[in-house]
Design a binder for this molecule. Structure first.
Ligand code: UDP
Ligand code: MG
Length: 314
């Protein structure tokens, strides 16, 4: 029987932790009883520099029942970093992890199916929301268009998947070899590879407390994802520059014809053509410089060039 560790980042979650811990404990005990996971399985709360009593609650839970473990970060580092910290801390003690939010908006009954897929040979199982009716229309629309933009920009991202996912030990080893500082996990995880699958669930409302992702943080997060995954925006500048430069040549031909026909005012031809030519050339130059910066950027990420899945020797 394989060992499962649940990893839950918590930032100022004192209002939800008592209920969350209760529900997760029951879930884990049921899974252990059904023989789906080993009795060594644990629930790990990562305290992301909370300002309230979150850590005291985690300490108390750990004292009362050793199924609970706690990781305390030295200060608030944000959801993505807290999650990575938790996963990397427990990686070598377990066979698989499932990451989820402290507010249990993600249906914990999907865990059963995730584990089943794990035993079927999946290294990564993505939890995907099949409905977003608990979100406001605004959040739903912006989130959906955002996923589409990311797809268009060439990022390999799972539609409507947040950070509710199962990862095997070796998938976590793969994740560890990514040395990203600008962390956007849902964009990096698909790059690891291995067999993966999806499990669908409907997202609930936060049962207590407030969202720790206000609009400002959400926008920052969205921008982070975009710029950390894609250098296509740079390419777009280059394309735009080429197009404008092309227009300048057309303008040149057009104004020479007008000039030859004696229709142009003196000075018009040279002025118009140079505006387009210089504008286009500048954009093109910025694009070319950008292309190199983009390369430097990707190099500095030190992403693994490959991850070997199997080596059949002798
Ligand atoms: N979180 C965190 N650090 C932060 C912000 C949030 O660890 O700086 C955690 C939070 O405790 C929760 C998860 O990230 O477990 C998701 O946050 P939230 O539920 O507020 O986001 P939403 O569901 O509104 O997108
Ligand atoms: Mg939430």
């Amino acid at each position: 029987m394989d060992t499962l560790y649940l990893v839950i980042p918590c930032y100022n979650e004192e209002e939800v932790l008592p209920e969350t811990s209760k529900q997760l404990r029951t879930k884990m005990l049921t899974l252990i009883e059904k023989g789906m996971i080993s009795s060594q399985s644990r629930i790990v709360f990562v305290n992301d520099g909370s300002k309230d009593n979150t850590w005291e609650i985690i300490e108390r839970l750990h004292k009362e029942d050793n199924i609970f473990q706690g990781v305390k970060l030295s200060r608030n580092k944000g959801h993505q970093n807290a999650l990575l910290a938790g996963l990397m801390t427990v990686k070598d003690r377990c066979d698989m992890t499932i990451s989820l939010d402290a507010d249990l908006q993600d249906d914990i009954d999907a865990i059963d199916e995730m584990i089943k897929k794990y035993y079927e040979g999946c290294d990564i199982v993505y939890g995907v929301r099949n409905a977003r009716d608990t979100d406001t229309a605004f959040k739903r629309k912006t989130a959906e268009s955002y996923y589409k933009i990311l797809k268009f920009l060439g990022a390999d991202i799972v539609y409507n998947h947040a950070d509710y996912r199962l990862m095997s030990k070796r998938a976590l080893d793969g994740l560890e070899s990514f040395e990203e500082v600008n962390l956007f996990l849902r964009g990096i995880v698909p790059m690891i590879g291995y067999k993966s699958d999806k499990v669908y669930y409907s997202r609930k409302e936060r049962f207590a407390g407030e969202s720790k992702y206000p609009l400002k943080k959400m926008l920052a997060f969205a921008w982070e994802g975009l710029t950390s995954l894609s250098i296509k925006p740079i390419r777009m500048i280059m394309t735009l520059g080429s197009i404008i430069f092309l227009i300048s040549i057309i303008m040149l031909i057009y104004s020479v014809i007008r000039y030859a026909a004696g229709e142009a005012t003196v000075g018009w031809t040279s002025t118009v053509v140079s505006i387009w030519a210089i504008g286009g050339l500048q954009l093109l130059a910025i694009g070319i410089i950008g292309e190199y910066i983009g390369k430097v950027y990707l190099e500095t990420k030190h992403r693994p060039k490959f991850i070997v899945e199997v080596y059949l020797d002798n």
